[in-house]
Design a protein around this ligand. Structure first.
Ligand code: C2E
Ligand code: MG
Ligand code: MG
Length: 530
């Protein structure tokens, strides 16, 4: 039994994205060599010959004129025939390329692109009050077939699935391959009972032994069912719900599950939340609050940390712990980080234009650091906002650096080489040694607030802070203490030689205009630099 099905993690999300990319191959244009194959040349020869016959007859100007007219008629006729044949050929080529674009090469069934066209058509039927059932089928342990018997056997098996399923379908039903070992059926005019019965029949077909390359293979499968308009009036959402039901079908014993909001609803809410977040990122709902970082050497605020918040249309201001994990698991981290860096650099530019340069630290996540495009994206954003690279600091956590070390180090090195600062955030919460981290291209170490918060009154916590600070300095790193909540902690950190502090005692994270007012209030003369 497969409980962990990573393919689904991208499967349905990718399908949803597919809707936005439904471009078809362009119609082929006829070339000159195409034209040569049509009857223009013979027609021209006939025209010339006719002209010759007329001239030989020596019939005077009237005959010559008649000859020219006849030749013209023949040429015009040839052009009409050519045009008609070209059109017929274009139509055939277009139909062929359209068919290919909609057909799954392996099975000959309609492909994912077709599914979305069928879903769009089903939307119209749902809108008119008709019922539409969406059934998603997935073979069990297909990967094992591929691995143990070879891809040739796996392919041959997949080719037999379509004809099997088709036996149970009516002429108007749609059967398509979504990808891998996953198939979908769209069937009209079925209520819940009818759709579940169809699912059971399809499953029974699949459970009949398959003869492949002289072997007899028995496979099992799961079927998830969603029915509109009961479960949704959107056919695309029905596909997502059927996929959620499929998870339940696979987890249970029966092999068939009809979508049940109580059982599968959390998955549906997740899908909705992901879509809301996607729209929120694209629609400008992310805002940044900025928390000052105080340099203890100069008693000046040299920089800020940008902390993202989501201005949700109904939930109000949502904090990152509520959506960063979702963004990461739904593959939204790249657009989110791009948006955050963009906002942070635009803000930085605006403060600089008002006479104050502040470094800005942005938190990045694991997926950013394994993305080879990321350094280029950062360079593009810095140039777009005309901000020097040294102004930007990227905060990464220890765990990121441990996970996919080689790629992360490669990406970080490119960023460092470009002049961007790199800070290790929440230091001490992971299991890496500072000696190991210092071999990475980093410039700053931020000790996690759990150690900083405990240091007054705890000799043990204080000695951790002291030793980490000494080691960081020995390795040439700037030492930042985060989570400073009181004056006593600030005093101790100053005494120990800490470089920079950040915490509620200095200031909470603030919206940009409030931060500017706070800076003006703190050092009115320091702002008028320009
Ligand atoms: P972080 O990067 O360690 O940021 C510091 C967090 O501690 C912030 O929480 C901040 O408001 C909070 N904090 C600051 N000073 C104090 C203090 O004195 N006491 C206490 N108790 N807390 C303090 P926030 O804004 O809720 O962010 C939480 C985490 O979310 C961040 O931790 C960071 O890991 C993540 N995050 C925030 N913005 C982004 C972003 O744009 N991208 C990514 N990938 N992650 C982000
Ligand atoms: Mg941080
Ligand atoms: Mg932190």
């Amino acid at each position: 039994m497969r409980t962990n099905r990573p393919r689904h993690a991208w499967g349905i999300d990718a399908l949803v994205r597919e809707v936005h990319r439904r471009d078809l191959p362009a119609m082929p244009r006829p070339s000159w060599s195409d034209l040569a194959r049509y009857p223009l040349a013979p027609a021209a020869a006939v025209a010339v010959a006719l002209g010759g016959i007329v001239r030989e007859a020596d019939g005077g100007p009237a005959m010559v004129l008649a000859g020219v007219v006849m030749a013209g008629v023949v040429m015009a006729g040839a052009l009409v025939v050519t045009g008609a044949r070209l059109r017929a050929r274009d139509v055939a080529a277009l139909a062929d390329s359209r068919r290919q674009a909609r057909t799954d090469e392996l099975t000959g069934l309609p492909n994912r692109r077709s599914v979305f066209e069928a879903l769009a058509a089903a939307d119209d039927r749902l809108g008119a009050g008709e019922s539409v059932a969406v059934l998603v089928l997935d073979l069990d342990r297909f990967k094992e077939v591929n691995n143990s018997l070879g891809h040739g056997v796996g392919d041959a098996l997949l080719r037999q699935v379509g004809p099997r399923l088709a036996r149970e379908l009516r002429s108007g039903d749609v059967l398509a391959r979504l990808g891998g070992d996953e198939f979908v059926v769209l069937a009209s005019d079925l209520d819940g009972e009818g759709a579940a019965a169809l699912a059971a029949r399809l499953l029974a077909e699949l459970r009949q032994p398959f003869g492949v390359g002289g072997m007899t293979l028995t496979v099992d499968a799961g079927v998830g069912v969603a029915i509109g308009p009961v479960h949704s009036v959107s056919a695309e959402e029905l596909l997502q719900l059927a996929d959620l039901a499929l998870h339940s079908a696979k987890a249970g014993r029966g092999g068939v599950a009809v979508y049940d909001d109580e059982r599968d609803g959390s998955g549906r809410r997740r899908i909705e939340a992901v879509e809301q977040l996607r729209a929120g990122i694209a629609g400008g709902q992310l805002v940044l609050h900025y928390q000052p970082k105080l340099d203890l050497g100069t008693d000046e605020v040299e920089g800020v940390e940008a902390l993202v918040r989501w201005e949700h249309p109904t939930r109000g201001l949502v904090y990152p712990d509520q959506f960063i994990g979702l963004a990461e698991s739904a593959g939204l981290m790249a657009p989110m980080t791009t948006r955050v860096i963009e906002l942070a650099l635009a803000q930085c530019r605006s403060w600089a234009d008002r006479g104050r340069w502040l470094t800005v630290a942005v938190n990045v996540s694991p997926s950013n650091l394994v993305d080879e495009q990321f350094p280029g994206e950062v360079a593009r954003l810095l140039a777009a906002h005309d901000v020097p690279s040294g102004v930007l600091v990227l905060e990464v956590t220890e765990s990121i650096l441990m996970e996919d070390r080689d790629r992360a180090v490669g990406v970080l090195t490119r960023l460092r080489d470009a002049g961007v600062g790199v800070s290790i955030d929440d230091y001490g919460t992971g299991y890496s040694s500072l000696a190991y981290l210092a071999t990475l291209p980093v410039t700053e170490l931020k000790l996690d607030r759990t150690f900083v918060g405990e240091m007054t009154g705890s000799l043990r916590a204080e000695s951790i802070v002291t030793s980490t600070l000494q080691l960081a300095h020995a390795m040439g790193l700037t030492f930042v203490a985060e989570g400073v909540e009181d004056q006593a902690t600030l005093d101790t950190l100053t005494f120990l030689g800490c470089d920079v502090v950040q915490g509620y005692h200095v200031s909470r994270p603030l919206p940009p205009e409030q931060l500017w007012a706070w800076l003006c209030e703190r050092a009115p003369e320091g702002i008028a630099l320009a």
